[in-house]
Each structure stands twice: as structure tokens, then as C-alpha cells.
Design a protein around this ligand. Structure first.
Ligand code: PLP
Length: 409
């Protein structure tokens, strides 16, 4: 199997080889890595709930009653009381008739997209959509076209093809996972309504973060009635694990019967459901967590602006510092880690070529002092590392559209 060693050598040569780092102990603003404590600006645990005492206690209590494993798929005998309670809790949280839980957000996207569209249909997605959406679109057998990042004019043009297809769907991240910027949801919903296309939104990075009550970007824009399929994950601000689809009872009944990533996999451990229920409760009961998060977004973006690393306001807790080539991003990341700050380099294929970056994420659990420490370390990196060439034409903190014309068929 020479191709394996050849390709590994190529990855190493181009700075794209990936290795794992091991965290000893719980997630949080500070984590234990290789025997020392470092500051973490890499996690999606936006509200600090992954190690919240109430979340941990809920999981522990559930294990006393239900044990750990679910033993089978939901449709066989793995559907336990807590799965049911979690789905009811999500539906109440989202204000929808029903919800369906999947073992991960990735599986929720792949399962829902492949169930809702297929051969003879059209699916349109933002070029920077999450890999799980892209994989669902590719697997579906539908005609799959992408539009440039946030380019509603291009989406409009693509929608003109709608009459040639049986069904059509637009699907978008609401907060983009690597750029932290926001989808133009009002325009996208209007186009979907005008062209009789379904709209699916992925609120993975918006749940618990956006909206008056933390329901997400759809709440922020007041568009709840316009969205057909809401996808969310329990693994980020909610602090647990698992993904979900929320919507009408018919939608949920349909996916329970058609979504292969729901049907053919073992159910989540019930204790993970108990933890997610408490995570959702905390999002509702403690709006001060969201307020603290947004204060930290502002603190960090002000500091990054002062260093010249980003321009403009932070749109979300995900703040990319685009550095260009993979080796530059890795050099920054290594420098920061030696300085006690974990901020991994994000490289292709997670982001378009030429836009390797530090993807900084901030949480409600960071203190003002934590943020100052990060900014100090970045300022030292800027002084000590070779000159940075930010991605040409790319506006850090405002996303990078990437190439425009490699639409998928
Ligand atoms: N959608 C988006 C936009 C994401 O960023 C992610 C996670 O990285 C997912 C879906 C998948 O969610 P999960 O990690 O729960 O599988």
C-alpha cells in the first residue's frame, strides 16, 4: 500500500498533516495538555456548559438509572425514556411541533438532506457550508449547485432552474463554522418562498448564542415561520453531544422513516440526553451566560483590531485570523502553544486553499485576563515570526468567499 505512505509524505510536505493533541481533564477556558495548563481558544463550548456542575450531575444521575449504553438503534429497542424527553424538550425550545435526535450533528445533516431530496431534485448551498451538509448534498443524488459565500444574487440565478426539477431545497449554515459570519437569511428565505423551494438551516453555531432567548439566528431575524427544516447540534453551546432536526410533526415522522443516519445507528447514550436537557434549561434560565459571551466577543475583536489582525466588529464567537499558507498558520499556532495558548491552525480542506487561519473561539467562561493573555501572545507572535501575508482579497472576520466557479454537478 505504497500510496498511503506517498500521500502521508505529501501531506507532511505541504503542511497539511494532522495529528491529535490529548486533553487530560475537562473542557473549559483552561485545559490540561501534555502535563501543563493552557488557555483554550479553540472549543465550541461557547457557554462553558460542557463541564457545568448541573450538566455533569444530570449525566451522572441518568447513568444511575439507565446505565451507559443504549444497546440498539432507536427503532429496535434503543429508544429510552430520555430520548423521548430530549426530543420534547428540543421541540419546546425551538417552538416546533416536534424534533428528532441523531447521534451527532453531522448525522443529522447527512440524514435529513439525503431523505428530503434525491434524484430529480435540485439542492443549492453556500460554498462555505459545513462538510456534513456538503456530504449530504453529494450523497443525495440530487443536482447540487453551490453559490459564492453569501451571494444571494447567484442563488437567485440558480433558482431560475427550479421549474426543471421535482423538488428544490436551499441549505445553509446560519453562522459559518470557520468564518463566524452570518448567512443573509432574510434574502434566502424570500428566494425560497418565491421559488417554492424548501429551506433548511444549520444552527450549529447559533443555538444558545444568537436571538433574544438563544434560539439561534432564525430567532435573531424573526424568521421562524419561514424555515422548513431547522438543524441544530447539542455538542456546542448546549455542552453535550448529538444533533437534531426540529420542525413539523410530519417532517419528524418522515425522517424517522427515511433518514438512514437515524435508522441504522445505535441511539445516543441516555446520559448524553440528560446532559443536553439540562444544557437547554441553562440556556433558557441563564441569559447572563450569553451576555458574558458577547462581552468577550467584543473584548477580543477590539484587541485583534488593535493588532491589525482583523477588521470590524466580531459577528459571532468564531473569529478567524486568516494567515494564508498552512505553514504560516501552523507556525503561529505552535508559537502560541509554546506561550501557553491553544489555538489550532485550520487548514484545507476545512477552509479554502490560501486561507489557512487561526480560528479563535471565545466563550462565556473566559475572563478579561484570559483574553489579554491571548492578545499578548499574539502580539509577541507578530513581532517574532516572519511577516504575515493575510489572504489576498480576504477580509479576516468577514469570511473568505473562496473561488466562485467550481460549482458541483
Ligand atoms: N454543522 C456545522 C455548521 C458544524 O460546524 C458542525 C460541527 O463541527 C456540525 C454541523 C456537526 O455537528 P457535530 O459536531 O455535532 O457532529
Amino acid at each position: 500500500m505504497k500510496f498511503i505512505s506517498d500521500e502521508l509524505a505529501e501531506l507532511r510536505e505541504s503542511g497539511l498533516y494532522r495529528e491529535l493533541r490529548t486533553v487530560d481533564g475537562p473542557q473549559g477556558a483552561h485545559v490540561r495538555l501534555a502535563g501543563r495548563e493552557v488557555l483554550c481558544f479553540a472549543s465550541n463550548d461557547y457557554l462553558g456548559l460542557a463541564n457545568h456542575p448541573k450538566v455533569v450531575e444530570a449525566a451522572r444521575r441518568a447513568m444511575d438509572t439507565y446505565g451507559w449504553g443504549a444497546g440498539a438503534s432507536r427503532l429496535v429497542c434503543g429508544n429510552m425514556r430520555l430520548h423521548q424527553e430530549l426530543e420534547e424538550r428540543i421541540a419546546r425550545f425551538e417552538g416546533t411541533e416536534a424534533a428528532l435526535v441523531f447521534p451527532s450533528g453531522y448525522m443529522a445533516n447527512v440524514g435529513a438532506v439525503t431523505a428530503l431530496i434525491g434524484v430529480g431534485d435540485l439542492v443549492l448551498g453556500d460554498k462555505l457550508n459545513h462538510a456534513s451538509i456538503v456530504d449530504g448534498c453529494r450523497l443525495s443524488g440530487a443536482k447540487f449547485r453551490t453559490y459564492g459565500h453569501g451571494d444571494v444574487k447567484k442563488l437567485h440565478r440558480l433558482m431560475a432552474r427550479r421549474p426543471h426539477y421535482r423538488r428544490a431545497m436551499a441549505v445553509t449554515d446560519t453562522v459559518f463554522s470557520m468564518d463566524g459570519d452570518l448567512a443573509p437569511l432574510p434574502e434566502i428565505t424570500a428566494l425560497c418562498r418565491a421559488h417554492d423551494a424548501m429551506l433548511m438551516v444549520d444552527e450549529a453555531h447559533a443555538t444558545g448564542v444568537f436571538g433574544e432567548t438563544g434560539r439561534g439566528l432564525v430567532e435573531h431575524f424573526g424568521l421562524k415561520e419561514q424555515v422548513d427544516v431547522t438543524m441544530g447540534t447539542l455538542s456546542k453551546a448546549v455542552g453535550s453531544v448529538g444533533g437534531f432536526i426540529a420542525g413539523s410533526q410530519d417532517l419528524v415522522d418522515y425522517l424517522r422513516n427515511k433518514a438512514r443516519t437515524f435508522m441504522f445507528t445505535t441511539a445516543l447514550p441516555p446520559a448524553a440526553c440528560a446532559a443536553a436537557i439540562v444544557g437547554l434549561d441553562l440556556i433558557e434560565q441563564q441569559p447572563e451566560l450569553r451576555a458574558a459571551l458577547w462581552r468577550n466577543v467584543q473584548r477580543l475583536t477590539e484587541g485583534l483590531n488593535a493588532l491589525g489582525l482583523v477588521r470590524g466588529e466580531g459577528r459571532s464567537p468564531i473569529i478567524p485570523v486568516v494567515l494564508g499558507e498552512p505553514k504560516t498558520a501552523t507556525a503561529f499556532s505552535t508559537f502560541l502553544l509554546n506561550d501557553g495558548v491553544l489555538a489550532p491552525a485550520i487548514r484545507p480542506p476545512a477552509v479554502p486553499p490560501g486561507t489557512s487561519r487561526l480560528r479563535l473561539t471565545v466563550s462565556a467562561a473566559h475572563s478579561a485576563q484570559d483574553i489579554h493573555r491571548l492578545l499578548d501572545a499574539l502580539s509577541r507572535a507578530l513581532r517574532q515570526l516572519p511577516a504575515v501575508n493575510p489572504c489576498e482579497g480576504c477580509r479576516p472576520s468577514q469570511g473568505c468567499a473562496g473561488p466562485e466557479d467550481d460549482d458541483e454537478d
